[in-house]
Design a protein. Sequence first.
Length: 84
Amino acid sequence: MTQLGTKNMGAYLRKMAIDGYIIMVDYTQQKKLAAAISRAESNINQICRRINNTGRFYAEDVAELKERQIEIWSLLKETQKKEL
């Protein structure tokens, strides 16, 4: 019952009767990856707005995007190592 995360015996028995097993999935890596992608997406949107408004593109913007890309790739590699 603790694996299912419930103290309700009825819910546990129904789950076991229907499925016969309980699969617990750890989504922490996927959440980290989604957060990293969201940050990169936000940065890209800000940079695009600034380029559209000013017509200028800065080296710091490129460095920031490269930094986010490295972060995303490292999270992907870490996830793959754990799954394999």
